[in-house]
Ligand binder design. Structure first.
Ligand code: URA
Length: 457
């Protein structure tokens, strides 16, 4: 196994010093629509990370960026400065390629749990640093914590050891990875500056690039259950993320995928782990399997592990049906202290039936996510604890015909809570007289812009 090293990245402008940067002038420049010079912008951000630039100055700059935007070069500068505020994982050049997938989050999205072991079976290393749920979409770490004993607080040496031993790891960010992002994200949250494409780009990419990746694939979701409600916004975010990743030397691609209905049937932490395990046993829902194989095929192609997408998909499918990926998932769970065979609690099940006949015309993902939060399966505040046993199971998909009394979904919750949530769940599933067009799961593929190629590392 190739030796691994964690290395501090030296700042590109270590010698400038914050005393030579006038924060008010930089804020004014962006306020007036100007371009921020690389060196001053870097020093502003690293000064903020070190505590030498005040929160109120960073908040003013964030708002100026929110209103005026950043171009691709400025966004890359911000990303690099946030990345360089902390430690990065460094891997031996002679070891396997390191890959990861990042999703902007969706209802029922448990792709990471299937994809990480699947890629590890193909000889790739997957040091996946993931997040918790806040708002309607769930978090991968919360899902995994429904497995008794599973640890999501691994140290950097543990991440490296398990990646080298098993091929994949899924854990939370350590405090020394991109600390500027943690600080800036908290500030954006309370200053109405979260929904800015350049700020989102720098936030996501600084954390992903800290993993020391060879290739990255992004799943940018749009629709009722996604962070990006419109296809156009999803396209802009995908382009920005792919361009910054490419600019920073990582082969980065994106898929834009539909999130106008849950992915798979299960929504809720333990329920989603059960569905991921069923998928690894070879009998997962079609949409989850298709998306997992598509994202995986991109990475096999990007790293030269498959000559074309068809061969890549075939290889991944074989690993899934042979049970190899399940064995790898079990090994990862065990290396992270978990017991996959220990029972995962499911709350009582209540059936929700159709009151009228019709075709399923719409499913409001945001509302489904909200129901799971109300049941205790998600958070309203970062400090809330989670009930892993609650959630819902969909019986229908967009386009299905339903008759009166046919099941629409099942709620997993204590009976009184299920009774309270039932009207909301019924309202989230819209029925119409005509069959609607079937939504396409994978809408677009975003490759690096012409003329942009990954830098030599
Ligand atoms: N996810 C992140 O990590 N950062 C953002 O700014 C938005 C979503």
């Amino acid at each position: 196994v190739a030796p691994l090293v964690v290395r501090e990245i030296p700042s590109a402008v270590a010698n400038l010093g914050v005393s030579q940067v006038n924060p008010a002038l930089i804020i004014a420049r962006k306020r007036d629509g100007g371009r921020l010079p690389d060196v001053e912008f870097t020093e502003f951000v690293s000064g903020y990370a070190r505590g030498e630039i005040a929160d109120y100055q960073m908040a003013a700059l964030a708002m100026a960026i929110y209103l005026r935007g950043l171009d691709a070069g400025e966004t890359a500068t911000l990303t690099r400065a946030m990345l360089e505020s902390g430690t990065t994982l460094r891997w031996s050049a002679s070891g396997p390629p390191r890959v990861d997938k990042h999703s902007t989050g969706g209802i029922g999205d448990k792709v990471s749990l299937v994809l990480a072991p699947l890629l590890a079976c193909c000889g790739l290393w997957v040091p996946m640093i993931s997040g918790r749920g806040l708002g309607p979409t769930g978090g991968t770490l919360d899902k995994l914590e429904s497995i008794p004993g599973f640890r999501t607080d691994l140290s950097l040496p543990e991440i490296q050891r398990i990646t080298a031993d098993v091929g994949c790891v899924i854990t939370g960010a350590t405090s020394d990875l991109a600390p500027a992002d943690r600080k800036l994200y908290a500030l954006r949250d309370v200053t109405a500056t979260v929904s800015s494409i350049p700020l989102i780009t720098a936030s996501i990419m600084s954390k992903k690039l800290a993993e020391g990746l060879t290739a990255l694939v992004l799943d940018i979701k749009y629709g009722s259950g996604a962070f990006m409600k419109s296809l156009d916004d999803a396209r802009q975010l995908a382009r920005s993320l792919v361009d910054v990743g490419t600019e920073m030397g990582v082969d980065t691609r994106a898929l834009i995928t539909d999130m106008n209905q849950p992915l798979g049937r299960m929504v809720g932490n333990a329920l989603e782990v059960d569905e991921a395990v069923a998928t690894l046993e070879g009998h997962g829902p079609e949409d989850l399997v298709v998306l997992t194989l598509e994202l995986g095929s991109e990475l096999l192609e990007q790293t030269g592990r498959a000559a074309d997408r068809a061969l890549a998909t075939q290889r991944l499918r074989e690993k899934l049906v042979s049970g190899e990926a399940l064995d790898r998932f079990r090994a990862m769970v065990s290396a992270q202290g978990g017991d996959l065979d220990a029972p995962r609690r499911r709350a009582d099940r209540t059936e929700i039936r159709a009151r009228a006949p019709g075709y399923v015309a719409s499913i409001n993902g945001q509302q489904l996510g909200q129901i799971v939060i109300e049941l205790g399966g998600g958070r309203k505040q970062t400090t809330d604890s989670i009930d892993h046993s609650v959630g819902l199971e969909m019986a229908v998909r967009i386009g299905d015909r339903v008759e009166v009394d046919q099941p629409l979904a099942w709620l997993y919750a204590p009976p009184a809570a299920a009774r309270a949530a039932a009207p909301q769940l019924e309202a989230a599933i819209g029925l119409g007289p005509q069959p609607p067009p079937t939504p396409r799961l994978i809408v677009e593929r975003i490759a690096p812009s012409a003329g942009r190629a990954p830098e030599e590392p």
